[in-house]
Design a protein around this ligand. Sequence first.
Ligand code: ATR
Length: 270
Amino acid sequence: MTDRYAVFGNPIGHSRSPRIHTAFAEQTGEAISYSAIEAPVTDFAVAWRAFAEAGGRGANVTVPFKQAAFALAQVLSPRAQLAGAVNTLSLGNDGLLHGDTTDGVGLVRDLQAHAAPLAGARVLLLGAGGASRGVIEPLLEAGIASLTVANRTVSRAEELASRFAARGEVSGCGFEDVAGPFDLVINATSASLVGDLPPLPGEIFAAQGLAYDMMYAAEPTVFLRWAAEQGARSVDGLGMLIEQAAESFWLWRQVRPDTAPLRELLRREL
Ligand code: ATR
């Protein structure tokens, strides 16, 4: 029987996850189906149980259900515990519901695919919400030298940074107090969604610096346009989306798809 998977979100209409996972399945010969499910905002658990009873083996979870999925999972991976969020659910052979998060590894793999400086890099992370929280540990794991978390609400940046202070040189501040140079600047705020730009001082990029926006769109985001004006190389988050999906696919099927063809395909379709 074909194993069923799905992405749960609300809204979910524009999700590219079905496209990506269907392509991975074709490429690897795995017999799976993958659909998009718009769960009621207050009833994620009910929607998941209905899916599991109908043969669902696993799911991706996106806005606004990552915390509900965290609460529902019976076994949490260490990285999901650190992130406080789950984007991948799997029914294990032990009959338990396992929760993991692949966003952080997705970001690091995409950065590596773009030959981003990581080992020894001075990194600035913009934003202190869920998107930031899930990527700090994987960045530290990748061997960065220091991490500055900058946020509009300064106390959130300080609080988030303090949680990781024991793991390395991690500090928090407001946008105006950011002091470069940085080898890598990652935008994990939702400012790009509304066409806003965090009010950063100019000249914060090191030579060969790279700007990364977790958002992606047909046109470069305001942040990436600003970074290009500062002389930085800029990369959007389309590759992160594909890499986090590949990691989920691996968790479910123990098969690693080739992400390169998807990068080209989705870029053309933007
Ligand atoms: P997510 O889970 O996507 O990170 P979130 O927890 O709501 O969502 O966090 C959104 C992040 O974007 C926060 O860091 C937020 O800053 P505040 O903590 O000050 O709210 C940031 N953000 C949202 N809109 C922004 C804007 N227009 N300019 C700068 N930062 C913004």
